[in-house]
Design a protein. Structure first.
Length: 365
């Protein structure tokens, strides 16, 4: 090989190495040509219509108590289990009957109903030889169901006469769960395909109307509200008038919490109902009672019933007390059925009350 040939070969080698290096560098900085292009995402111009706020699909009322039964059973297990244990003893003597009565009274059933049940159980279980545990269970269940009264009509009156909306007024002392109840009942009605309007007749605090409105918005229901401190009766009236004009099925009116011993506030409540009724009859007055307040709930019930004709009781926070007997006591006190029970803080933790299901939960804990 001549010198020239060496030089040429060297040059070729340098060129090849340089080209390869350049290609390598290019390969590192440029995206590999084989990588697929990202799919095109359609972008929305900011001027387009805003996305609709998502509206929840609430759970229908049917079967709710079944879902919530374990919660009820958990809170009332000492009552059911206590009674069953006592009645399963070999001999049912005076001591046992006294303990049965004490257990019932301890669960807030009330003295009268407790004595009635004991008398009936004594007659049915006395001297019957060969009673099995299943027999005792059945007799106790039947007597407790009778005590809770399966014959009471527990339907919510949410329909108005003719073209008028049904009007539900929700009342009770502070913090019992009125606003929560209105929100939850609205969900039940929406799930059943009804049209609903809310009235924020709690005008003490702006936050109260906000709270109600939030409940409504979650299920696409509107709230009629007045200014802070405005007359609750006129807000109630306006809500029912609007409901009638729009032809909605049901107007739910939330009211401010009020202590039953404040005469002025109780008079105001009477006025709310009277004024609303100039527009359409109130089809249901729900008194909300916090089950954890026990006997105090009975005193409230008495006073509220005098001012507004209570047609149904909502017993909230049953998940928080072992004294489920208050159901019986309050029904006796007013002669008005418990229609709904609250068993938790969740949006769908309100269930229609049913005597058989309730007793089943007590005994099957
Ligand atoms: N554990 C439990 N909590 C409940 C139940 N019902 C309502 N609550 C809670 O009770 C509290 C009070 O509820 P609200 O609905 O604001 O009561 P309110 O009667 O409207 O109160 P005021 O308007 O202030 O008189 C809230 O924290 C609810 O979540 C229930 O069934 N179980
Ligand atoms: Mg409230």
């Amino acid at each position: 090989m001549t010198l020239l040939e060496y030089v040429l070969a060297g040059l070729v080698l340098v060129l090849v190495v340089a080209g390869a290096a350049a290609a390598l560098v290019r390969g590192r900085t440029l995206p590999p040509p084989t990588r697929p292009a990202p799919p095109e995402v359609p972008t929305r111009a900011p001027t387009e219509a805003p996305v609709e706020p998502s509206v929840e699909a609430p759970e229908s009322a049917r079967g709710r108590l079944l879902r919530l039964r374990s919660r009820l059973a958990r809170s009332q297990s000492s009552l059911g289990r206590g009674l069953l244990a006592l009645l399963s003893r070999d001999t049912l003597d005076e001591d046992v009957w006294e303990s049965v009565e004490d257990t019932l009274i301890g669960a807030d059933v009330g003295v009268g109903p407790a004595q009635d049940v004991v008398a009936r159980l004594r007659t049915r279980l006395r001297g019957e030889a060969g009673l099995t545990a299943a027999d005792v269970h059945r007799v106790l269940r039947e007597e407790l169901v009778t005590m809770v009264d399966p014959t009471m009509d527990r339907t919510l009156r949410v329909d108005g006469a003719g073209d008028l909306p049904g009007v539900v007024l929700v009342v009770g002392v502070n913090g019992t769960g009125k606003t929560t109840t209105v929100g939850r009942v609205a969900r039940v009605l929406v799930a059943e395909g009804r049209s609903v309007l809310l009235g924020a007749a709690d005008t003490f605090r702006a936050a109260a109307a906000d709270q109600l409105q939030t409940w409504g918005e979650r299920v696409g229901v509107e709230t009629v509200r007045g200014g802070e401190g405005s007359d609750p009766a006129s807000v109630g009236f306006q809500a029912v008038r609007t409901g009638a004009e729009r032809g909605v099925d049901t107007v739910l009116v939330d009211t401010a919490g009020r202590l039953q011993n404040k005469a002025g506030l109780m008079d105001e409540l009477g006025k709310v109902k009277r004024v609303v009724e100039k527009q359409a009859p109130v089809t249901e007055v729900l008194l909300v009672i916090d089950a954890t307040t026990g006997q105090n709930g009975l005193i409230q019930a008495r006073v509220f019933a005098e001012v507004v004709d209570v047609t149904g009781i909502v017993l909230t926070k049953l998940d928080g007390t072992a004294k489920g007997g208050i159901v019986v006591a309050v029904q006796r006190e007013l002669g008005v059925p418990v229609k709904l029970v609250g068993l938790g803080e969740g949006a769908d933790d309100l269930a229609p009350f049913d005597a058989e299901d309730f007793v089943a939960a007590l005994l099957d804990a």
